[in-house]
Ligand binder design. Structure first.
Ligand code: BEZ
Ligand code: FE
Length: 293
């Protein structure tokens, strides 16, 4: 098309695409280009403003490496990661939440009732619950991966003072679907804010804080894998989570418990625990891979 103008450029772009373009790729690209062209027209975007955006993306690229992905952080802080998450998890199971950049594979396994706290200091928390299907039946042999910060708000892969795999484990549940472990209370922390995303947060008067949380990945044969998080109801950052990961069903009370003998005997830490400690009861509901209950 020789004579493109403001009104014809969107169709000109679409007409340039080959008829062999994968239909889903074409569908996504068509909608994306329609939206960004409309955005430029609606906002009367200036060349200078677009150059600021290009510079932002260039700086995001410069800071991105194997350990840190500024584009993922941008998607997280724009709410896009959580939006995509919610689109994919409109069902009756436990809601999903963001994975975040601090997960690492191959964490050591911890038996049900094990103590994750080890040498870590902090308020003792005992977590316990059942992995179930949407009918309430236990899912035998489900596997959990769990990771959290220490009480300084840092993950083991951010902090030279922590050993590799500190406060990380995998746990295989038995026939009853029960998981259980003791640990220390994680702390709220700021998402990395020393790059362009941090500049954007500051420019819009936003917080980089995330409420404290436990991360879970739950896997079981025949069920959709669940990536989720668990938040305490008394955290000061629940209303302003920088990455929009909080969901009502993922907020739980950390109950103060005084009687040690209410704990099941398989808790390895039962002998060293001192009351009061915090108890969290969190059942995890998985949906079938095919979406059925
Ligand atoms: C996290 O929870 O680990 C996280 C999620 C998104 C961005 C940064 C951190
Ligand atoms: Fe996290």
């Amino acid at each position: 098309m020789k004579n493109v103008d403001i009104n014809s450029i969107t169709n000109a772009f679409l007409n340039y695409c080959s008829k062999d373009t994968n239909p889903r790729v074409y569908f996504l690209l068509k909608s994306l280009v329609e939206h960004i062209h409309q955005f430029a027209k609606q906002t009367q975007l200036s060349h200078e403003e677009w150059m600021v955006a290009i510079d932002f993306l260039t700086r995001a690229g410069d800071i991105t490496d194997k350990e840190r992905n500024e584009f993922v952080l941008l998607s997280d802080t724009m709410g896009l990661s959580s939006l995509i998450d919610m689109i994919g998890s409109q069902h009756s199971g436990t809601p999903s939440s963001v994975l975040g950049p601090f997960h690492i594979n191959d964490a050591p396994s911890l038996p049900v009732g094990g103590d994750l706290a080890k040498e870590n200091e902090g308020k003792c928390v005992v977590l316990e619950g059942y992995v179930k299907n949407t009918n309430g039946d236990p899912i035998a042999d489900a596997e959990l991966e769990i990771w959290q910060t220490a009480n300084n708000g840092l993950y083991s892969n951010q902090d030279d003072k922590q050993r590799e795999f500190n406060l990380r484990c995998s746990m295989k549940v038995g026939a009853d679907g029960r998981y259980a472990f003791s640990t220390v209370r994680p702390a709220p922390y700021k998402v990395p804010d020393d790059g362009p995303v941090g500049d954007l947060l500051r420019a819009t008067g936003r917080e980089a804080w995330r409420p404290s949380h436990f991360h879970f990945i739950v896997t079981a044969k025949g069920y959709r894998q669940l990536v989720t998080e668990l938040f305490p109801s008394d955290d000061p950052y629940l209303e302003t989570d920088a990455v929009f990961g909080v969901r009502e069903d993922l907020i739980l009370d950390y109950r103060e418990v005084n009687e040690l003998d209410t704990l099941n005997d398989d808790f390895v830490a039962k002998k060293r625990l001192t009351a009061p400690f915090l108890k969290v009861d969190f059942d995890i509901v998985l949906v079938k891979e095919n979406g059925e209950a």
